[in-house]
Design a protein around this ligand. Structure first.
Ligand SMILES: Cc1ncc(COP(=O)(O)O)c(C=O)c1O
Length: 388
């Protein structure tokens, strides 16, 4: 197994503005919204010699198998408000919102995806009665494409990688089509910034669950990174208040664009093909608007190979958490960090520390999950201690 662990030399002691409270209020009006579980994983903590490991399990979020709907829903809503020039008529639930927006039809949402974001945008389009057009890189697993089509989306396979799909999706923008991308490029920055804002709900939920318990807030937070939008949300949350845990970002070895950019001192393209099984992280370029937060806010960059991810999936299954390849990356990264000569000291008081890992997806490719873990995802056993 191979990994690359690097301390961030670009780190700045900068404070960011806290996200607007309207985000959480918006999410509470989404169907099937409830905070996801925060789990205590004592066996994993023992194995890694840390005081406590908390797992924020984004394996089921509003009925979808990843956290991405939090960003896609908030950004779509904000983009629609901008399109119609203000808030729609007052609404209490998504059906009322859809009725208030019916006059826009025919109307479309478009994006590129390596899986989860596209599914979330497709889901949002269906809820609002809009069409969805999703652009995907070649080689995407059939299960992921089928899931988007089951939401009613048109899926177009681009002969190229994720970055090619992003470029193609950007061309769809029109009076009748909003591009809701989770990555940004020059001139396209507002919507991806709102995607980042939407993700901050996860960390607000973690705070609430911990405040309602006897537990300590995390000393370290570990998050997987593709274009870095999710990590930018972690930086927004954890670098806007008084608690400032060590932040660790995890990427695949051959798509470590945030780590490579940090080492180069500027945004750097890591050319494909990106073939990691952590498909949600197969991105060659960090998001432009995420970069200032990533470069200033992260403490450690860790890239891991697929064997690390497979092992972490099995370890999480032993702890009763069903994590897909991408979702398991945070545990894989933590394991690699703590096994590294310098990384092992990232927590000054390891045995007394609490580490939060975010498991960002469930078994999005059930066939691959069973092949790796040796059991079907619906046969992963007992429930861990839920903090909340
Ligand atoms: C399950 C999962 N985790 C993490 C990420 C990484 O998010 P970001 O691209 O914002 O860094 C993704 C991105 O698609 C994902 O699908």
């Amino acid at each position: 197994m191979s990994s690359l662990v690097v301390a961030n030399q670009l780190r700045l002691d900068r404070k960011w503005e806290a996200p607007p409270a309207a985000i959480a209020a918006f999410h509470r009006r989404m169907p099937a919204y409830s905070p996801t579980l925060l789990l205590d994983a004592p066996d994993l903590a023992r194995q890694l010699d840390v005081g406590r490991i908390l797992i924020k399990a984004e394996t089921r979020r509003m009925g979808l198998p990843s956290f991405k709907i939090l960003g896609a829903s908030w950004a779509t809503y904000q983009a629609i408000c901008a399109h119609i020039g203000g808030e729609p008529e007052p609404w209490g639930n998504i059906n009322e919102l859809a009725a208030n927006l019916a006059h826009l039809k025919p109307f479309k949402l478009a994006t590129a995806t390596d899986g989860n974001h596209g599914r979330a945008v497709s889901f949002m389009a269906r809820l609002l009665g809009f069409e969805a057009h999703i652009f995907v890189p070649e080689g995407m697993a059939a299960a992921r494409i089928d899931a988007m089509m089951a939401e009613g989306a048109t899926v177009t396979i681009i002969h190229g990688d994720y970055d090619d799909a992003v470029a193609r999706a950007g061309e769809e923008a029109s009076d009748r089509c909003l591009v809701v991308s989770d990555t940004s490029w020059p001139g396209y920055e507002t919507i991806p910034a709102q995607v980042i804002e939407g993700y901050t709900t996860i960390f607000a939920e973690v705070d609430e669950a911990i405040d309602a318990s006897e537990l300590d807030h995390p000393d370290m937070v570990v998050v997987p990174m593709g274009v870095g939008a999710f990590m930018a949300a972690a930086v927004t949350h954890y670098r806007s208040g008084r608690r400032r845990p060590v932040l660790v970002g995890v990427e695949p070895m051959d798509a470590n664009c945030v780590q490579a950019s940090a080492m180069a001192g500027e945004i750097t393209h890591v050319p494909g093909p990106h073939r990691s099984i952590m498909v949600g992280l197969n991105c060659g370029r960090p998001s432009l608007i995420a970069w200032p937060r990533l470069s200033a806010g992260i403490d450690w960059f860790v890239s891991v190979d697929d064997d690390h991810a497979r092992q972490a999936m099995r370890d999480l299954a032993s702890a009763a958490v069903v994590a897909g390849e991408t979702g398991a990356a945070s545990l894989a990264g933590l394991q690699a960090l703590l096994a590294h000569a310098d990384g092992a000291h990232a927590l000054p008081d390891r045995a007394g520390s609490t580490v939060l890992i975010v498991v960002t997806e469930g078994a999005t490719d059930p066939v691959a999950y069973e092949a790796i873990v040796g059991r079907s995802h619906d046969r992963i056993g007992r429930v861990l201690t839920a903090i909340r």
